[in-house]
Design a protein around this ligand. Structure first.
Ligand code: DAH
Length: 362
C-alpha cells in the first residue's frame, strides 16, 4: 500500500458519500484503529532508514487533510439533514405575530411640531448638519469671541479647509480663516440664513433637525439632540404676530387650556428676545398636584418651551435683505425637551438607548 494509491482511493470514496452514516464509515475506514492510515504507519519500520522521516511526514499530513475533509463534509451533511427533516405542523398553534415598527417618539413629536406650523402656512426646509462657522455664528450676529464659539461648546471639524475648497487639494494644507471653519451645527438657527439667502420675503419657514454640542451626557443633556427652528419675514411683521403664532402652536400641541407667557431674555440674533413658558401640563399652573409640589414644574407652575424674538437687523444685513424694508420673527425649540414635557419623561438618555420596552409605548 502506498500513499499515492491511498489518496486516489480517498478521492473516489469521498465522492460517493451522501449521508452522515456513510461519512462515519469513511472516517473509521481511514482513521480507525485498524484503518488505512494506521496500516500505512505500521509499514514505516520496514522502509529504508533514510525514507522513514519523509514517509512519516507525508502520512501525518494526509491524516490532517483527512480530518479537515471529514469535518467540512460533516458540517454540510448536518445542515442538509436539518433541512430535510419533515417538520410536524400543528395547525392549532397561534400564528407568529410580527412586531409592527413605528416612528421613534422624537420623530413623532418633530412631525407633530412641523405639522402644526405647516398647517399655519410655514414651508419646511432642511439644512446640513455640517455648517460653516459663518452661518452658525457670524451671520446670526454672534461674534466669534462669543462663549458659544469656544471648542468646549461647539464641535469643530478638523478638515483644515472650508466648504468651498473641497475640490482644491492645495488649499487643504492651508489653515482656514476664522469664520470659514466647518463645524457640527450647534443649533438649527443657521437654517434661517440658508433660507433667507435663497428666498426673498415674504418667507415663513421651519427647519427641523439634529444639532450637536460637546455637553457631558446626563439626565438632561446629550451631545446630539433635535431642534425645530421657525421664522417669518414680511413687511410689518410685529411682535404680536409672533405671540399669536406661538399661542396657536402651544394650544394645539399641549391642549386648548394651555396658558403662555413671555419672559424677556437675550439672544444675539433677535431683538427684542424672549423665552416662552407654558402653564404646566401636569398641574395646570397650580404648582401642586395631588396636594404635593408638582414634580414636572417643580412647583413653579410654568414650563420653558422655546426661545424667540424679532429678527435682528444685522441678520437681515448678512443675508442681503434691503435695509429697513422688512421685519420678522424667529423661534427655536428643543424636540427632546418638548417630548419630555409632553410625556413626563425625566431622563433624556432613554431616547437613545433603543430599549423596546420604552419605544413600544409610543
Ligand atoms: N438657537 C437658540 C438655541 O439653540 C434657540 C433660539 C432662540 C432660536 C431664539 C431662535 C430664537 O430663532 O429667536 O438656544
Amino acid at each position: 500500500m502506498d500513499i499515492k494509491s491511498v489518496k486516489a482511493q480517498i478521492d473516489s470514496d469521498i465522492d460517493k458519500i451522501n449521508s452522515l452514516e456513510a461519512l462515519e464509515a469513511f472516517s473509521v475506514k481511514y482513521l480507525g484503529r485498524k484503518g488505512v492510515i494506521a496500516e500505512l504507519t505500521s509499514q514505516i519500520p520496514s522502509l529504508a532508514a533514510e525514507q522513514r522521516p519523509d514517509a512519516g511526514r507525508d502520512i501525518n499530513s494526509l491524516k490532517n487533510q483527512l480530518k479537515d475533509l471529514i469535518d467540512s463534509h460533516r458540517a454540510i451533511l448536518s445542515r442538509q439533514a436539518s433541512f430535510q427533516k419533515p417538520r410536524s405542523v400543528d395547525i392549532t398553534l397561534p400564528g407568529t405575530i410580527q412586531d409592527i415598527g413605528n416612528k421613534h417618539p422624537l420623530t413623532q413629536v418633530m412631525d407633530e411640531i412641523c405639522g402644526i406650523f405647516v398647517s399655519l402656512g410655514f414651508k419646511l426646509f432642511e439644512g446640513p448638519e455640517i455648517e460653516t462657522e459663518y452661518n452658525n455664528f457670524q451671520a446670526l450676529n454672534i461674534p466669534l469671541n462669543h462663549p458659544s464659539c469656544d471648542p468646549f461648546d461647539t464641535f469643530y471639524l478638523d478638515t483644515g479647509f472650508a466648504a468651498k475648497d473641497t475640490d482644491n487639494t492645495e488649499k487643504k494644507q492651508q489653515k482656514p480663516k476664522a469664520n470659514q471653519r466647518l463645524l457640527l451645527r450647534s443649533h438649527t438657527s443657521p437654517g434661517q440664513i440658508r433660507v433667507m439667502k435663497k428666498y426673498k420675503p415674504p418667507v415663513a419657514a421651519i427647519v427641523p433637525g439634529k444639532v450637536y454640542r460637546p455637553d457631558a451626557t446626563d439626565a438632561s443633556h446629550s451631545f446630539m439632540f433635535h431642534q425645530v427652528e421657525g421664522f417669518l419675514v414680511d413687511k410689518d411683521v410685529k411682535f404680536s404676530d409672533l405671540k399669536g403664532v406661538l399661542e396657536e402652536f402651544s394650544k394645539i400641541m399641549f391642549g386648548a387650556d394651555t396658558k403662555m407667557r413671555f419672559r424677556p431674555h437675550f439672544f444675539p440674533f433677535t431683538e427684542p428676545s424672549a423665552e416662552v413658558d407654558i402653564s404646566c401640563i401636569i398641574c395646570g399652573g397650580e404648582g401642586k398636584s395631588l396636594a404635593k409640589t408638582c414634580s414636572v414644574c417643580k412647583g413653579k407652575g410654568w414650563l420653558e418651551i422655546l426661545g424667540c424674538g424679532m429678527i435682528h437687523p444685522n441678520v437681515f444685513k448678512a443675508v442681503g435683505y434691503s435695509d429697513g424694508k422688512f421685519t420678522g420673527f424667529a423661534f427655536g425649540m428643543g424636540v427632546e425637551r418638548i417630548t419630555m414635557l409632553k410625556y413626563g419623561i425625566d431622563d433624556i438618555r432613554i431616547f437613545f438607548e433603543n430599549d423596546l420596552r420604552f419605544l413600544k409605548q409610543f
